[in-house]
Design a protein around this ligand. Structure first.
Ligand code: SAH
Ligand code: SF4
Ligand code: F3S
Length: 456
């Protein structure tokens, strides 16, 4: 492979790209955009790393386990490369581990050709071209002054009926356990005009549902056409006017940024899904303070109540961390009590993982692993029971479902309810439609039902 051949895609000559993605939806979006960026160099997606000319690992640094997986995957790739006859594939590490570990990745694993952080990946084509010419690897973990969004190709490849649209990135909140402010950098909001432009393009390409993405999506305050900073509530009202948009979501929101305007949007905007992912982390005021969350358990419950008043059928999901340093049995009881009070439709819970460079990693009273595991089991059994009960409550009822993929068995389609439940139904129609579904049975993780009339 030489650099020239890469810099201009010779007609008909294709190169194979395999991307492995870990972490949040922002990483999923970034992976898709990296593929778009590399298409002009002749790269098309292939399903296996073994046949690829370029493998990108788009990584997550949030917990120790997530970060470790990257190194074991790199080791595996390297071993397979050695067995492989012919040209070696280029290997690139992107995402939050790349940002956090930077040049150390190359020091530990010199066969890695490119290391690129989440704010610099618009430079990937140039970096890949350079890596093919120069030995020694190419590393870019800067936070460039320019916004990568201004350098991503305009034409989105068709992405199906459900699309992500990043509006905000980065975080200034500095929860004491979290690496995101370091890996994604300072909070930045995209302007309204750019967001609306991208939304229109997604809709032209067949999207029916758009999920607004941000590490703190409701801290978004992008510049409007009037030159003023808009709120997320206002953006949602503006977007709801777009032709063809059947459903709108946003994630991940922070309790501190849940303002009156956004709550009112849940009352006023029918396309806005009645489902909010609102991480709380803990139900103990003492622990929330030590986490630097900036709100109490009562503040959180107050927000839930206001949202329920605005939209009575609204349902919630959350993130929890158990075993944060100093968490006592009593603190943990407060977390269980909060989960009971909210009654979640779904939730994620994690054992606290000490992350290098974060204030909590140096706190005394780290909770032993067996205690963390026992608490996690107890919380998860409560949350699973809530999820099962929530799902069962829909049996016999009708839900509008956006079907976006084929089911596991022939003649089945798979979609999402307004509450993010996975719904399976029998249909010979190709997925990509919205339909009413009468729910016939429910498990913890999915609903089954029969199609009524197709809505679109
Ligand atoms: N911005 C979002 C969450 C981003 S990270 C928010 O503010 O809520 C996703 C989730 O990972 C967090 O909500 C938290 O529950 C979990 N998490 C983050 N750091 C963690 C750590 N050090 N150990 C365990 N879980 C962690
Ligand atoms: Fe991490 Fe807290 Fe920022 Fe969420 S708000 S990304 S948990 S620092
Ligand atoms: Fe992971 Fe980075 Fe997302 S650490 S959760 S990939 S912002």
């Amino acid at each position: 492979m030489d650099g020239n051949a890469l810099s201009a895609a010779p007609a008909g000559k294709s190169r194979k790209l395999h991307i492995l993605t870990w972490g949040c939806q922002m990483n999923e979006y970034d992976s898709a955009r990296m593929a778009d960026l590399l298409a002009p160099l002749g790269y098309g997606i292939c399903p296996s790393p073994d046949e690829a000319d370029l493998v990108i690992l788009n990584t997550c640094h949030i917990r120790e386990k997530a970060a470790e997986k990257v190194f074991s995957e790199l080791g595996r790739l390297h071993a397979r490369q050695k067995e492989r006859a012919g040209a070696k594939a280029l290997i690139a590490v992107a995402g939050c581990v790349a940002q956090a570990e930077g040049a150390e990745i190359r020091a530990r694993m010199p066969f890695v050709d490119v290391v690129v952080g989440p704010q610099a990946y618009h430079r990937l084509p140039e970096m890949i071209t350079r890596a093919t010419r120069e030995k020694g690897g190419v590393v870019d973990t800067s936070f460039p002054a320019e916004s990568k969004f201004d350098f991503l190709p305009d034409e989105h490849a068709p992405r199906g009926v459900s699309a992500f649209l990043p509006v905000q990135e980065g975080c200034d909140k500095f929860c004491t356990f979290c690496v995101v402010p370091y890996t994604r950098g300072a909070e930045a909001s995209r302007p309204v005009a750019k967001i609306m432009e991208e939304a229109r393009r997604l809709l032209q390409n067949g999207a029916r549902e758009i999920t607004l993405l941000g590490q703190n999506v409701n801290a978004w305050h992008g510049e409007g056409p009037d030159g003023k900073g808009w709120s997320l509530g206002r953006l949602i009202r503006e977007m709801a006017g777009l032709d063809g948009l059947l459903r709108l979501r946003y994630t991940t929101s922070h309790p501190r940024d849940m303002d009156a305007d956004l709550i009112a949007a849940h009352r006023d905007v029918p396309q806005l899904a009645p489902f909010v992912h609102l991480p709380v982390q803990s139900g103990s005021g003492r622990i929330l303070r030590a986490m630097n969350r900036g709100h109490t358990a009562a503040d959180y419950l107050g927000i839930i109540e206001r949202l329920r008043k605005a939209r009575p059928d609204i349902a919630f999901s959350s993130d929890f961390i158990v075993g944060f340093p100093g968490e006592t049995a009593r603190d943990f009881e407060d977390t269980l009590a909060l989960a009971r009070a909210v009654n979640y439709a779904q939730a994620y819970s994690f054992k606290y993982s000490a992350r290098p460079g974060t204030p909590a990693a140096g706190m005394k009273d780290q909770v032993p692993d067996d205690v963390r595991s026992a608490r996690l089991r107890e919380l998860q059994s409560l949350l699973s029971e809530q999820q099962r009960a929530f799902n069962r409550s829909f049996v016999g009822k009708t839900l509008p479902v956006l079907f976006d993929r084929a089911g596991r068995q022939a003649g089945q389609v798979l979609g999402r309810s307004p509450f993010m439940q996975a719904v399976v139904a029998s249909s010979d129609n190709p997925p990509d439609f919205m339909a009413d579904v009468i729910i016939t049975s429910a498990t913890q993780n999915s609903l089954q039902g029969d199609l009524c009339a197709s809505l679109s």
